[in-house]
Design a protein around this ligand. Structure first.
Ligand SMILES: NC(=O)c1ccc[n+]([C@@H]2O[C@H](COP(=O)([O-])OP(=O)(O)OC[C@H]3O[C@@H](n4cnc5c(N)ncnc54)[C@H](O)[C@@H]3O)[C@@H](O)[C@H]2O)c1
Length: 433
């Protein structure tokens, strides 16, 4: 893209500078837009203004540094309203106790945005299908019907979010005709991704259905892994054979100790609740969620089978984040595992290369180690919870030297069983021979 083309790019506002908002903001700044970011978290805004990156995401720090001049941060909506007609909304939509999505942050934004004919809300937050329609009704009640609304769900993955923004599999834009949908499509045009132009409700459903399908694929292969454990088959071999069928595909066929994160659990739940609220019982998703919960707990059964009662035993958790390359602890399998271990009277030592600070806010009563070997010192068993590269590449002879026992449970099927066994350790994966 030439400098002149960059200069012609439309300025935008981004409301909510979390994983999605900040990556979206930095990505569009990289493409040449002036970006006006807003967040209610004053400390986050202060850090961003100071040039700090408040979340761990590969490549984000460099992207922010490179585009600093084009990025503005404020706790006030004023500058964004004054400078941009497209306001991307990327605030959190966490689950409520009922499993529905909590839209209070979205509503706070909607209430705060004044009407203007040349102003549009572009929804990046994941919201239930039908939210666009109900927000349009809210606009009308507030006398703000001139505002435009576009659904533009986000598909980036934490850990590879910057690359995912720059090279999306697809961009989905749901609107009702009019200028705003075209303006959003124009913003994404330099990425040359397939664009799905559709209505608002369908765009909203693409997001929920995609996450529910991916979660289903994970729970499916986890159940196959559990059957493999009973029948002597090896799920890694089974997945390899299945994945070569192009109707199935190899991705999301890695068996393990369950999915976590801020999206899959809550989006699957939200779709199930949405269906239920509309009078349809989404039976399949009920099972997907249940299989996932049981999968996290199966590790405890494996530990008990090898060690007997866990009271007084020491278990080292290798990795805490819900997946590698992120510091995000939301719905991480380590949370359930730790709670179960502590409840059974085991002591837990844990190591994660970046998520320790986040973990400390959610888990107490365990020892946080500064290195994997420190966590493993004197442990009766080790569980690989997050397949960080440095954990997958551990020197297993050193591990064996540090541990009191010899059991290694590979919760992500990421280790080479031969290497682990060669060090005199006992290896157990998920569904592996
Ligand atoms: N994290 C992901 O991988 C991912 C991927 C795709 C979609 N999503 C969806 O995107 C949305 C955002 O997710 P996230 O992970 O970036 O959340 P996050 O919690 O990391 O960030 C949300 C940000 O919004 C801010 N905020 C809350 N209320 C606000 C308000 N009224 N005005 C301004 N700022 C406000 C918060 O302070 C926070 O910084 C969610 O709906 C999520 O489901 C997330």
């Amino acid at each position: 893209m030439s400098d002149a083309e960059r200069r012609d790019r439309e300025p935008i506002g981004v409301i909510g500078t979390g994983y999605v908002g900040l990556v979206t903001a930095a990505g569009f700044a990289e493409l040449g837009s002036e970006v006006w970011c807003v967040d209610i978290d004053a400390e986050k805004v202060r850090r961003l203004r100071a040039g700090e990156t408040p979340i761990y995401e590969s490549g984000l720090q460099e992207l922010l540094a490179r585009n600093r001049e084009r990025m503005h941060f404020d706790t006030d909506l004023g500058p964004a309203l004054a400078n941009a007609r497209l306001l991307f909304v990327a605030v959190g939509t966490p689950p409520t106790y009922s499993g529905d999505a909590d839209l209070s942050a979205v509503h706070a934004v909607v209430d705060a945005i004044p009407a203007a004919e040349d102003r549009a809300l572009v929804m990046k937050s994941t919201v239930p299908a039908g939210t666009g329609a109900s927000l349009r009704r809210a606009f009308a009640e507030q006398g703000k019907q001139v505002l435009s609304y576009v659904s533009c769900p986000e598909f980036l993955k934490e850990g590879s979010a910057v690359g995912d923004f720059m090279h999306p599999d697809r961009v989905v834009i749901g609107d009702e005709g009019g200028w705003a949908g075209d303006a959003v499509a124009e913003l994404y045009a330099p990425l040359q991704a397939p664009v799905v132009r559709t209505d608002v409700a369908s765009a909203e459903m693409v997001k929920l259905a995609s996450n529910a399908f991916l979660a289903t694929k994970i729970s499916f292969i986890n159940e196959i892994a559990n059957v493999c454990e009973e029948t002597g088959a090896d799920v890694v071999e089974v997945a390899r054979g299945m994945g070569l069928d192009e109707r199935i595909g190899a991705k999301f066929l890695q068996a393990g100790i369950g999915f976590g994160g801020s999206c899959f659990p809550k989006d699957v739940d939200a779709l199930k609740q949405l269906a239920g609220n509309s009078g349809y019982h989404f039976q399949l998703l009920t099972s997907v969620i249940e299989v996932n919960e049981l999968q996290k707990r199966r590790v405890i059964g494996k530990l008990q089978r090898h060690l007997g009662p866990l009271a007084g035993r020491r278990v080292a958790l290798l990795g805490l984040a819900f997946k590698p390359d992120t510091d995000d602890m939301r719905e991480a399998s380590s949370l359930v595992l730790t709670a179960r271990l502590l409840a059974d009277g085991a002591s837990v030592s844990a190591y994660d290369p970046v998520a320790e600070d986040q973990a400390r806010e959610l888990m107490s009563g365990i020892t946080y180690a500064a290195s994997p070997l420190e966590a493993l010192q004197g442990a009766d068993a080790a569980v690989l919870v997050t397949e960080w590269r440095e954990l997958v590449e551990l020197d297993w002879a050193q591990v064996a030297g540090a541990m009191a026992g010899n059991l290694v449970i590979d919760g992500r099927n990421a280790l080479d069983p031969g290497q682990v066994r060669a060090a005199g350790l006992e290896y157990e994966g998920v569904g592996r021979r």
